[in-house]
Design a binder for this molecule. Structure first.
Ligand SMILES: [Zn+2]
Length: 390
């Protein structure tokens, strides 16, 4: 597959095909798929059976802590209560509050405002509970920096439900969130839900089965001066900056695959820099993360050293002699590119460019790759000479 993309000779090294095609190494892709599968199926907490042992090895390889990605919902419990003791009356009489609920002055309804915040300061959530018209609790919690805003919003909803359950809050309770994606996920009939959404749905169902309770999750617009929403937003931002208790919400799987990808790249770069393969390529490509993919198969032949020149053909037993047609020297890339008199006319293309760019003759191999104009002229030279055509 890689070979097809770079149109290189079949016998170039595996490392070279990866570098030139800029593909993810195949073996590592398999690791990534296994991790994604296990992450999705949430069965990574117990490393006991053979399959899990295999996963465990992969985790070690990528330096991943399985618990970072395993859902352990109970860790959400015991958040930090900010002002448990300060209860004061809230009237719900502002105009914007009225938009939220027609029965706003009906103090028999408990209102909970939730919010998540993600910024360079960190990721956090806040839950603001008005019980029978009273601001009863403000709960804040910090999540890990790698957690997503969506996870923070959803966790805030789950936390609200747990507080309703644990504190035995009776009657009708409306949980407000300004996260449209959370509402959409909760409305969705998709059966392949993440653990946290299933948990929220189960909690709502359990609470609704109780005759004394009715819990609903409603959307409320953000940044519209709705006091509950603004206050939750304020506390969430405050929590991100604070040393509040860290809630162990599993990291998103996206984070896992980014981490694996980065690890794979680092491991490959190490292997490339320290390995024997690709010695010719290394003269051309100094930084494998910083070059444009080479589209011309003739230039790829030169870069890989696996090409139609007699020197290489002789080493693989296709040509009897490595001597050039001009009979002056061995036909290797140095001779063909910069010395052979048979191509003097065509070579003026490269010579003139080097002069223009103030490069000493012959140019360094990496200069051909790193300088777009020189690369372009070199490809023209290779085309004009027709020497590397199939
Ligand atoms: Zn020659």
């Amino acid at each position: 597959m890689n070979i097809k993309i770079i149109k290189a000779f079949r016998d170039v090294s595996y490392e070279t095909t990866i570098v030139l095609s800029k593909m993810t190494p195949v073996m590592h892709k398999v690791d990534k798929r296994i991790i994604a599968f296990y992450g999705k199926n949430k069965i990574i907490t117990n490393m006991s059976n053979a399959k899990d042992m295999q996963i465990s090895k992969i985790y070690d390889k990528f330096n991943i802590k399985p618990n970072d990605y395993a859902y352990e919902i109970p860790t959400l419990i015991n958040p930090y209560l900010l002002n448990n003791s300060t209860k004061h009356y809230t009237t719900f009489e502002t105009k914007n509050e009225a938009m939220l609920n027609p029965n706003l002055n009906d103090c028999s309804i408990n209102r909970i405002f939730t919010d998540g915040s993600k910024s360079p300061n960190g990721t956090a959530l806040a839950v603001l509970i008005y019980e029978k018209g009273l601001e009863a609790y403000t709960v804040i919690g910090r999540l890990r920096d790698e957690n997503s805003i969506y996870q923070a919003e959803m966790s805030a909803i789950l936390l609200s439900l747990m507080i309703v359950t644990n504190n035995n809050i009776q009657g009708k309770t409306i949980i407000f969130t300004d996260s449209q994606s959370s509402i959409m996920k909760l409305k969705s009939n998709d059966t392949n839900l993440s653990t946290i959404i299933s948990e929220v749905k189960t909690c709502i169902a359990n609470l609704s089965n109780n005759n004394n309770r009715n819990v609903q999750v409603h959307w409320c617009p953000g940044h519209k001066n709705i006091i509950g929403n603004e206050t939750a937003d304020y506390y969430a931002k405050l929590a991100a900056k604070s040393s509040t208790k860290l809630l162990q919400i599993p990291l998103p799987l996206k984070n896992l695959s980014l981490k694996v990808q980065k690890c794979q790249k680092d491991m490959f770069v190490h292997r490339w820099l320290n390995g024997m393969n690709g010695s010719t390529v290394k003269k051309f490509i100094r930084d494998i993360n910083n070059f444009d993919i080479i589209n011309d198969h003739r230039l790829v032949q030169i870069i890989t050293g696996h090409n139609r020149l007699n020197y290489y053909l002789q080493t693989i037993g296709v040509a009897e002699s490595s001597i050039c047609k001009c009979n002056k020297d061995i036909e290797d890339d140095q001779h063909f590119m910069f010395e052979c008199e048979l191509y003097e006319t065509e070579r003026t293309l490269i010579l003139d460019t080097c002069e223009l760019l103030n490069l000493t003759w012959p140019p360094k191999r990496y200069e051909i790759i790193e300088n777009p104009l020189l690369q372009h002229r070199t490809v023209e030279y290779l085309i004009e000479t027709k020497r590397l055509n199939f």
